[in-house]
Design a protein around this ligand. Structure first.
Ligand code: UD1
Length: 415
């Protein structure tokens, strides 16, 4: 059944463990292609995007074995350089297989990647970075071939600290000859996780520059077998915290990493939420009704994450007063708003801003997920909305949430 049924209007009380991070595990799975041996990854979430990345690895000749949260990848017999369109168009992160295959094989053929419909999402910066390392690009229809006789380290300066372009640049540079400097890199924790895995396998990567915005890579080291633990998913943790702000109550998250959630925690405190910290636990006590926020703006890390923007709009829909949420990372990321309005929210879109006039309550409704985080935001709104809600097209949500139903039940929601 492709819908989620929630009976809402009750505060949340309970605790749950946060799954491994989707945005960390995907580039790390791609990075296993560079390893001359077996990579063992622990705490991998069992989500659709991970299954898709596993198919991509298998399609180029990796042998992959999954047991519970552990995935072992043996990249010893890679032979293919063409990535099957069927999997590439399912998710945008398939694009990081480009850097990995270029590093390992010196060649890759790929169709333009798919993913959530949240703007144009070009890959021009990824391609410019490859060119700086000596890669030649050829485009035929929607198929792209990238090839280098010998990848050579170089200086890459990203026009914008794109997460994917940073990952692709790292992956292409790690086995290249000589040194690579990548300037204006993304500082998201998922970049540190990727570098952590690669260094664990023997790569030489360090962050330099006053604010850590440059990565220096000494290329050419052979990468060896290693074991790496995937960190907790900060966006899943943030989703449940905002769900609790919408519905009220008190929830405890195990294994969430507060240091990666600073911007969100400040925003929630501004809405009247209170936190307490235990060993490996984060507890939120939500007010009966959240306070409005005059202006929240999404930004690259360590700013407020765009991946938690829809969930914030859902919580502010119930706040006392008017809030403004500005989206600066992606265009077209307010697709959830008309669905929230169906539930009784009062939200207007003006350019890249959502003006949210808080209402005292939402009502259950039949709504439709249109992308991953917007779909999760609808579930959070449904927990707060009085009565029954159905969220259709749940497959978008399954791309990123391993056990949404179980988590919500653990938190006391009726789903
Ligand atoms: C990653 C995350 C996604 C998150 C986003 C921003 C993964 C799997 N996905 O996506 O969940 O929302 O970071 O934190 O980790 N851009 C260009 N040209 C490029 C590359 C990007 O114009 O070559 C633009 C994009 O269209 C977008 C902005 O840069 O407007 C940010 O994109 P980017 O940081 O690259 O996001 P993703 O890596 O796609």
């Amino acid at each position: 059944m492709d819908s989620i049924h929630i009976c809402g209007g009750y505060p949340l009380y309970g605790e749950t463990r946060i799954q491994g991070s989707k945005n960390a595990v995907l580039p790390i799975l791609a990075a296993t292609v560079l390893v001359d041996g077996v990579s063992t990854l622990k705490n991998c979430p069992d989500i659709a995007d991970v299954r898709c990345m596993v198919r991509l690895l298998e399609s180029v000749g990796c042998s992959v074995e999954r047991r519970g949260g552990q995935i072992r990848v043996d990249a010893g017999c890679i032979r293919e350089t063409g990535l099957p369109r069927e999997y590439v168009i399912r998710m945008r992160s398939s694009v990081v297989m480009m850097g990995a295959l270029l590093g390992r094989m010196g060649k890759v053929t790929i169709s333009y990647p798919g993913g959530c419909v949240i703007g144009k999402r070009p890959i021009d910066m990824h391609l410019q970075s490859f060119a700086r390392l000596g890669v030649e690009l050829k485009e035929e229809g929607d198929t792209l071939t990238a090839q280098a006789k010998c990848l050579q380290g170089g200086l890459i300066r990203l026009a914008f600290p794109s997460v994917g372009a940073t990952e692709n640049s790292i992956l292409a540079a790690v086995l290249a000859q000589g040194e690579t400097q990548i300037e204006n890199v993304a500082r998201e924790p998922e970049i540190d996780a990727l570098c952590g895995f690669l260094c664990c396998a023997g790569a030489d990567i360090s962050r330099t520059g006053e604010d850590g915005s440059t990565l220096s890579i000494r290329g050419g080291n052979t990468l060896h077998s290693c074991c790496y633990h995937i960190p907790a998913d900060r966006i899943v943790a943030g989703t449940y915290l905002l769900g609790c702000m919408a519905a009220g109550g008190r929830i405890c998250l195990k294994e969430a990493e507060p240091r990666e959630l600073t911007a969100l925690l400040e925003v929630i405190e501004g809405m009247g939420g209170r936190f307490s910290y235990g060993q490996n636990t984060l507890t939120l006590t939500a007010p009966k009704r959240p306070q409005a926020l005059s202006h929240v703006c999404t930004a690259v890390y360590p700013g407020y994450p765009t991946d938690l923007q829809s969930q914030l709009v859902a919580a502010l829909a119930l706040a006392e007063g008017e809030s403004v949420v500005e989206e600066t990372v992606f265009e077209n990321r307010f697709r959830v708003v008309p669905e929230l309005v169906r539930m009784g929210a009062c939200i207007r879109i003006k350019g890249n801003r959502a003006i949210v006039k808080g209402v005292a309550s939402l009502h259950g409704s039949r709504v439709r997920a249109m992308e991953l985080r917007g779909g999760a935001a609808l579930c959070m709104a449904a927990l707060a909305a009085k009565g029954e809600s159905w969220i259709d097209d749940r497959h978008f949500i399954d791309r990123g949430y391993e056990a949404l139903e179980q988590d919500i039940r653990n938190l006391g929601g009726r789903i």
